[in-house]
Design a protein around this ligand. Structure first.
Ligand code: UD1
Ligand code: CA
Length: 454
C-alpha cells in the first residue's frame, strides 16, 4: 500500500539576492506567486505539503489557504536545518518524503513522480534530481566516484575549479525514505559557511553505505531556481511558454505567441484566437470562436463566444456572445455587455449593463447605468454619474431609445423606451417613454412616432 508522500517545501530563506521587501516566494511569475507554483505541482503528485517559513517569509503563510501545514525555522540556518524543522512539525508522518525548494517553480509533477519511482527501483534512501545546466552556474555540482555512483554534492561557491567544471548539477528536488531522513537530518552539521546544507545528506548516506540515485532530467530548465530578479524573469518566460503550449495543444491559436501572455488561471475554449501583443490575466475566461487582440488586455473578465476585442482593455467585465469592442475600448469593473453589443472607438463602460444589440460606436462614457436593448448611443454621449454632492447616481435608458450625439445625461435620470434625445441635449429630468427631448436643459417637444416596419 502506498501512502501519499510528505511534500516538504523550503521557503524560509532570506532571498537576499532579490533585494526586496517582499519574501522571495511571494514574487509572482505568470500570474501566481512562486510558492503557489510548487504547491500546485505537489498537489498534482498528491503530496501532503508542509511549508517551512521564517520570520522574514512569514507573510507567505497567506498563500497556504489552510491547505498546507507550515513550520517555523527561526533563524534560517540552512536547507538541511529547514528539513529538520519540517519533520519536527509532522512527527507521525511515515513513508516517502519529497523535498522541494519554494524558489523552483518549473519542476514538473511527472519529474517528481519519476524521482520517487527511481528511488524505489534502486532501493536507495535518497534520490536527487540532476541536470546538465551548462558551465559557470551557481548550482551545486554532483560529484561521482570512479564507478560512476553519486558520491556527494558540492556547492558552486565551495567547489574547486575541477569540480566547478562538472556538467551535472543539483536541481534541488529530493525523494527520501522518511525514516532514514529523520535520523540523517539531525546528524548534519554546519560547514565553513556556518550553514547546514541539505546537500550534505548525499555524502552522509554514502558514508553509511546506503545507496543514492540521481535522476538526470532531459530538460534542465525544470530546475531553474529563482534567486535574482533576472532569474525570476527567465522563469516567468518559461512558465508563459508552457501555458501557451498547453492552450495551443487544446485548440487555441496564437499569432506570434511569444508576444502574448496568458496567466496560469485563465481559461480559453477551443478555437479562441489570440492575436499578437495580448495580455490575459487573473480569472479571465474566453469562449470559443472569440478573437482577442491585437494588443488587448483582459483582466478578470468573462467573454462569451464569437466576440472580438481589438486594442482594448477589459477589466472585471462580462461579455455575452457575439460582442465586439475596439479599437480603443475600455471596460471597467461591473461592465456587462449582453449579446451582440457593439462598442467602437474610445468608449468607456463602468458598472453598467448594455442590453442586447445596443451600439455605442464612437467615443463616450457610460457609468453606473442600465441601458436597454437595441439602444443607439450617439458619439460623445456621457452619463454624468458623479454629482456635485459627491455621490454616484444611476442613469437608466429604456429599450430602443436613441441617444443623440453629444448628449449629457445628468444622473439620476431616466430616458424612456423608444425615446430620442437631440444632439447636444443636456438631460436633467426624466424623459417619458416614446418622447423626443431636445435642448439645454432638454425638454420634451413631441411624441416619438416609430416608423412602421414594412
Ligand atoms: C540550493 C542547493 C544547490 C542547488 C540549488 C538549486 C543547498 C545547500 N544548495 O542552492 O545545491 O543547486 O538550490 O536551485 O541546498 N531555505 C530555507 N531555509 C534556510 C535556507 C534556505 O527554507 O535556512 C529555502 C529558501 O527559501 C529557498 C531554498 O531553501 O527556497 C533554497 O535556498 P537557496 O538559498 O536559494 O539555495 P541555493 O543557493 O539556490
Ligand atoms: Ca535557490
Amino acid at each position: 500500500m502506498s501512502r501519499s508522500p510528505l511534500g516538504i517545501v523550503l521557503a524560509a530563506g532570506l532571498g537576499t539576492r532579490m533585494r526586496s521587501q517582499t519574501p522571495k516566494v511571494m514574487h509572482s511569475a505568470a500570474g501566481r506567486p512562486l510558492l503557489a507554483w510548487i504547491l500546485g505541482t505537489l498537489a498534482e503528485v498528491g503530496a501532503r505539503p508542509v511549508v517551512v517559513l521564517s520570520r522574514e517569509s512569514e507573510p507567505a503563510r497567506a498563500l497556504l489557504n489552510g491547505e498546507a501545514t507550515f513550520a517555523m525555522q527561526d533563524p534560517p540556518r540552512g536547507t538541511g536545518d529547514a528539513v529538520r524543522v519540517a519533520l519536527e512539525s509532522v512527527k507521525d508522518a511515515r513513508g516517502e518524503a519529497l523535498i522541494v525548494y519554494g524558489d523552483t517553480p518549473l519542476v514538473r509533477a511527472e519529474t517528481l513522480r519519476a524521482l520517487i519511482a527511481l528511488r524505489a527501483e534502486r532501493s536507495a534512501v535518497l534520490a536527487i534530481l540532476s541536470g546538465e545546466v551548462g558551465a559557470d552556474n551557481a548550482y551545486g555540482r554532483i560529484v561521482r566516484n570512479a564507478s560512476g555512483d553519486v558520491a556527494r554534492i558540492v556547492e558552486a561557491r565551495l567547489a574547486t575549479t575541477t569540480e566547478k567544471a562538472l556538467a551535472e548539477s543539483n536541481l534541488g528536488a529530493y525523494a527520501a525514505d522518511l525514516e532514514w531522513l529523520r535520523g540523517a537530518v539531525t546528524r548534519l552539521r554546519a560547514n565553513e559557511t556556518g550553514e547546514i546544507f541539505l546537500t550534505d545528506l548525499v555524502a552522509l548516506a554514502v558514508g553509511d553505505g546506503r545507496r543514492v540515485a540521481a535522476h538526470l532530467v532531459a530538460d534542465p530548465q525544470e530546475g531553474r531556481g529563482v534567486n535574482t530578479r533576472v532569474e525570476l524573469a527567465t522563469a516567468e518566460q518559461a512558465l508563459y511558454q508552457r501555458i501557451r503550449e498547453r492552450h495551443m495543444l487544446a485548440g487555441v491559436t496564437f499569432h506570434d505567441p511569444a508576444s502574448s501572455f496568458v496567466g496560469a488561471d485563465v481559461e480559453l475554449a477551443p478555437d479562441v484566437v489570440i492575436e499578437r501583443g495580448s495580455l490575459l490575466e487573473g480569472k479571465t475566461r474566453v469562449g470559443s470562436g472569440t478573437r482577442i487582440g491585437p494588443y488587448s488586455v483582459l483582466r478578470d473578465t468573462t467573454v462569451g463566444e464569437n466576440c472580438k476585442a481589438e486594442m482594448s482593455v477589459l477589466e472585471g467585465a462580462t461579455l455575452e456572445d457575439d460582442c465586439r469592442i475596439g479599437p480603443f475600448g475600455h471596460l471597467r469593473p461591473g461592465a456587462y455587455l449582453e449579446r451582440g453589443v457593439e462598442m467602437g472607438n474610445y468608449g468607456e463602460v463602468k458598472a453598467a449593463r448594455l442590453g442586447a444589440g445596443t451600439k455605442m460606436h464612437h467615443f463616450g462614457y457610460v457609468g453606473d447605468a442600465s441601458v436597454g436593448k437595441r439602444v443607439n448611443i450617439g458619439a460623445g454621449t456621457i452619463t454624468m454619474n458623479y454629482t456635485a454632492k459627491r455621490t454616484k447616481e444611476r442613469t437608466e435608458i429604456g429599450d430602443d431609445a436613441f441617444i443623440g450625439s453629444d448628449s449629457l445625461l445628468r444622473a439620476p435620470v431616466r430616458v424612456g423606451n423608444r425615446s430620442i434625445t437631440g444632439g447636444g441635449s443636456v438631460v436633467t429630468k426624466d424623459v417619458p417613454d416614446d418622447t423626443v427631448a431636445v435642448g439645454v436643459p432638454a425638454r420634451a417637444i413631441k411624441k416619438n412616432q416609430p416608423k412602421q416596419k414594412a
